[in-house]
Structures are given as C-alpha cells and as structure tokens.
Design a protein around this ligand. Structure first.
Ligand SMILES: [Zn+2]
Ligand SMILES: [Zn+2]
Length: 249
C-alpha cells in the first residue's frame, strides 16, 4: 500500500489523477462524477459508494424535471430563485443553461423555512501620519460591509439547506445600517434587502398555501347549521360559512 498507489473511481471506474480524488467513506470518486452531485450536497466524505450511486441516479432523473421546468418568475440577481408557479416548483441557480447545470427541482411543499441572514463586518479606517505610519483617525472611523445570505431550509433526501449570497461584492458604507429601519438604508443595501425579503415572503406564502390546502382537504366534511344565516353549510378552509362567510367555530 504505497502512497502513490493508483486509485480508480468506484462509480465509473476511471483512473483518478493525482489531485482528482474525492474521498468517500468506503471508496473513491473521480471529479467528473463528483461534479454531477447536487451543488447543495455537503456530506460526501461521510457517504458510501452506494449512497453516492443512489444520488447520481436521482440526479439523472432530475434532468427530466429540469426539462419540464418552465420559469414564470425570477428572484435575485446572480444566483436566482426561479419559480415555476403553475407546477409550484422552484430551482436555485446561477446558471444560464438550466439543462446543462441540472439544478435540483424542488416542490414548494418541501420548503421548511426561509430567512435572509445579513452579515455585518466592521473594520477601522486608518490614515498615514507625517512619519508614514498608519494611525487611527480622531475620532476613529469605521467602514461597515454587508453580505446578504439567503438560507432556504428544505425537506430533501440529500441536503437540508440551500445557502447562497444575493450580492456579488460586499456592500460597503461608512455608517452602521440597522435592518429595522428600512427608510435609513443606503440604496444598494436596500436593493439586496428587498430581494431577500421578497424571496422570504414568496417561498413562505407558497408553502403556507399548500399547507392550507392539505389541511382543508383533510378536514371532515360535516354539515352544520350556520348561526348567522341559518343555512346548512360545510365549513370552508378557514372554518367559515360557505354562504354568508360567518365564523362557525
Ligand atoms: Zn467517476
Ligand atoms: Zn351562514
């Protein structure tokens, strides 16, 4: 067992080059096969050859879902959330060619949570003095930089979180920005903030809509007498009379 033993990919059998090995729990994976895994998957080292084989077959099947996917709405700039509102599905990708990139197609119902996570970094600005040394301003000056990270939690067999950054370079400003005061936000900050909040609201309400439908479909259909209009009625999804809209509970 020398250090330089040749390694072969346990999936496709190709010989793996010197820096090309992607280690699995019980084997080796070449970088071509690794590139076909979901971009949101992060458990490779703890995965077995069998688990990787299963995921690659799911990823192949996903190509057909991508082919069926018709984006009706796009949120974001670099990495985007593309929605197929008719099929109630979405993908997250920065690719222009969806078929080639094969992004995982998810149902709205797979979303378990969405949040915009704004990361703040503070650094002191310095100035060169007469002796050529970098010194603090009096009073000290700071620069704040912000990154807008989208976190979408999902119920999926191969990953549970989709993370991506809305901005391509950090938004820098000389003053600290409070996420609670929308009116005081610098313009560029505000733009990313709005995109993030839009994604948050859109996916949250899409998921909620499906939950409400599931709940309404599961509710027993028993007619009751409406105390408001006197009709015999089956409560609607929000528990109201289907004729006069009065609350029945
Ligand atoms: Zn391979
Ligand atoms: Zn009624």
């Amino acid at each position: 067992m020398g250090l330089f033993d040749k390694k072969y990919c346990d999936i496709c059998g190709a010989k793996i080059g010197l820096l090309g090995n992607r280690k699995l729990e019980d084997g080796n994976l070449c970088k071509d096969c690794a590139a076909k895994l979901s971009p949101f998957f992060s458990e490779r080292r703890a995965s077995t050859v069998n688990e990787i084989r299963e995921q690659l077959s799911y990823r192949e099947a996903n190509r057909e879902e991508v082919a069926r996917f018709h984006a009706t709405r796009s949120l974001g700039r670099n990495t985007k959330v593309l929605l197929d509102e008719d099929a109630r599905r979405f993908v997250v990708t920065s690719a222009r060619d969806l078929v080639q990139a094969n992004p995982d197609v998810l149902d709205y119902s797979q979303v378990t949570g969405v949040e915009l996570d704004i990361n703040e970094n503070k650094s002191e600005q310095k100035v060169k003095n007469a002796q050529g040394q970098m010194v603090s301003y009096v009073p000290p000056r700071y620069e704040y930089s912000y990154d807008f990270n989208m976190v979408i939690r999902v119920n999926h067999p191969y990953f549970d979180t989709i993370r991506f950054r809305l901005n391509s370079s950090s938004v820098k400003t000389p003053r600290m920005v409070s996420s609670n005061v929308v009116g005081m936000m610098p313009q560029e900050y505000r733009e990313y903030y709005d995109i993030g909040k839009d994604i948050e609201a859109t996916l949250t309400s899409a998921r909620q809509e499906i939950r409400d439908e599931v709940k309404a479909a599961a509710a027993p259909k028993i007619a009751v007498k409406c105390p408001h209009c006197g009709a015999s009625t089956i409560p609607d999804a929000s528990g109201c009379c289907e004729y006069c809209g009065g609350p029945l509970a």
